[in-house]
Design a protein around this ligand. Structure first.
Ligand SMILES: [Zn+2]
Length: 321
């Protein structure tokens, strides 16, 4: 009789232990994500940001990411050095010639870019959700609707669409998303470019706009800390182009050279990238950073592998050295 009583007791104890362990593991952050593998990435596109502006403006948030991550101040955008072609290259990992988005105005009749974006690849290959936060209407051309993509436009033509509001929309959007929470984000800030066109690249108002975006980036990082996502998130900051005088679009170094900074789990700290980086390489790097590696796309993008603490996920057959 005692055996019959004892057995259910053990079963209850094991069940309880299982429940407690399950609850504990749910409370802890995913260990694998905290130790070297991000499961989220935020690509911050600072429209018109020249790398030398980071030396002349006070940018503690961006400097913090440079110290905590891997960076180059010599990355190159695409030709022509214009917003819409450059964004299409970031998202598709293709040259402008390949993806065909060679215009730079909002023209709804032209529809969406045709080539697959990194959002679509992550959605298709891994069921990952994305969120894209745009500050210019014309970027709708590259925000191709996908079942797992949240598209948010806060147009620069609306005076309330400043950087802090965009940050709030990213954070609130994550909190309130019910169907799926984004793993990949692209956040666009237009104000630096606007100041460049109005008052000149590297002018005082331009540098003030850079400082304002740095505060927005600090606020975005804080938002991710409060959401409990910070330790699992790679932040990648770059620009679509630079600029000179009141314009950009030429092949001059002022227009072509952009910063490219990545920081977060699995990324080397305080590392200066040695190889030449093209804006096009962002797409492959984004997918590698969040561990989406099982896909095939014939693109130009080459992951900036040297920024990662561990080598590329090996696809070599077992037994090979
Ligand atoms: Zn511009």
């Amino acid at each position: 009789m005692q055996v019959l009583v004892g057995r259910p007791r053990n079963a209850v104890a094991i069940l309880l232990l299982t429940v407690i362990l399950g609850a504990l593991s749910a409370m802890l952050p995913a260990a694998s994500a905290a130790e070297g593998q991000a499961d989220k990435i935020v690509v911050i596109m600072v429209d018109g940001l020249r790398p030398d502006a980071l030396k002349h403006a006070k940018v503690p948030a961006i400097e913090g990411l440079i110290k905590r991550g891997a960076s180059t101040m010599k990355a190159q955008t695409v030709t022509p050095s214009l917003t819409l072609p450059a964004f299409a290259s970031v998202l598709t990992g293709l040259t402008v010639e390949q993806h065909g988005v060679n215009w730079n105005e909002y023209d709804p009749a032209r529809g969406y870019l045709k080539a697959p974006t990194f959002f679509e690849i992550a959605s298709f290959a891994d069921g990952k959700w994305g969120g894209v936060y745009l500050n210019k209407e014309k970027l709708l051309h590259v925000a191709k609707p996908d079942r797992r993509l949240i598209i948010n436009l806060c147009s620069q033509n609306d005076p309330t669409c400043r950087s802090q509001r965009i940050v709030n929309e990213v954070v609130t959007g994550y909190k309130t998303a019910t169907e799926g929470k984004p793993s990949l984000f692209m956040v666009h800030f237009a104000d630096v470019d606007t100041a460049g066109h109005d008052k000149g690249w590297m002018s005082k108002p331009y540098l003030r706009a850079v400082e304002d975006i740095d505060r927005a980036i600090a606020s975005l990082i804080k938002g991710f800390q409060e959401l409990g996502l910070y330790d699992r998130t790679v932040f990648l900051i770059t620009a679509d182009h630079g600029g000179h005088d009141l314009t950009h679009g030429t092949n001059s170094p002022e227009d072509m050279t952009i910063p490219w900074i990545a920081a977060g789990p699995g990324i080397k700290r305080g590392y200066e990238i040695k190889r030449p980086v093209s804006l096009i390489d962002t797409a492959a790097t984004v997918l590698r950073a969040v561990g989406t590696t099982d896909y095939y796309v014939e693109w130009t993008s080459k992951s900036v592998d040297e920024i990662f603490e561990t080598g590329p996920a090996s696809s070599a057959p077992a037994g090979k050295p």
